[in-house]
Design a protein around this ligand. Structure first.
Ligand code: SF4
Length: 221
């Protein structure tokens, strides 16, 4: 693997992982620039342009992450897998990260990534405006340590999520956690909690912890 390869980085910073089953862990977040999607709720629109941020060699990114000595590294975006060098970056980070997560829209193939990468697929609902981007073939690649996140904007999205989980059935391995995450400005968590108590869906309610720590404007995913 060539660590001279480079990727375009929007930012690298330390934070508390605010989402997933590893929420609460100290973490170094590596945010790649660029996303071909345009979700209605995107909270990092500044990372959508592919010319945002700056080019960095993979070796320099690994050095930057290593010196921070965090127990968790999170690679996010933008859509990280939209950059050709992302798979190589993940391979290099796997050597220096006790835990390594990738947050992806699931619109690119995840099948050939380094086995140490814990993939979080962010399934796109109808109200995200990007439902057609879901690459359903990825579901069969999910393994222990991976997670499915569904960001919900409305009651209609919630109903869609229930139907989707039912449709996926055994295609989705039993040990893959499913997280329902409400868009705070559009769907009160109290409503979603009420619906989940009525229906007992095979999912957990997830709130964005970083926004409770650093305020509603805090970005992460
Ligand atoms: S996939 Fe993520 S970064 Fe891209 S538009 Fe959607 S929320 Fe924003």
């Amino acid at each position: 693997m060539s660590v001279r390869a480079r990727v375009r980085i929007h930012e690298i910073y330390d934070c508390i992982q605010g989402e997933s089953t590893l929420a609460g862990m100290p973490c170094t977040l590596v945010r790649l620039a660029g996303c071909p999607l345009n979700c209605t709720y995107c909270d990092t629109p500044e990372a959508i342009p592919f010319d945002s941020g700056e080019w960095m060699n993979i070796a320099d990114i690994v050095a930057e992450v290593s010196k921070r000595k965090r127990p968790l590294t999170l690679v996010s975006g933008g859509e990280p897998l939209a950059q050709k060098g992302c798979a190589r970056l993940l391979e290099a980070l796997a050597d220096v990260s006790p835990l390594l997560q990738l947050e992806t829209s699931g619109s690119f193939d995840i099948g050939s990534l380094h086995p140490a990468v814990r993939r979080i697929i962010d399934i796109k609902t109808p109200d995200s405006g990007e439902e057609s981007r879901n690459r359903w073939e990825n579901i069969a690649h999910l393994k222990s340590g991976d997670e499915l996140k569904i960001v919900l904007c409305s009651r209609a999205d919630y109903a869609w999520a229930l139907q989707t989980l039912s449709r996926l059935g055994n295609t989705l391995a039993q040990d893959i956690p499913v997280l329902f995450s409400p868009v705070e400005s559009r769907l009160p968590a109290t409503d979603l909690a009420e619906w989940m108590l009525q229906d007992n869906p095979p999912a957990r309610l997830q709130l964005q912890m970083h926004k409770h720590i650093w305020g509603a404007e805090a970005t992460h995913v």
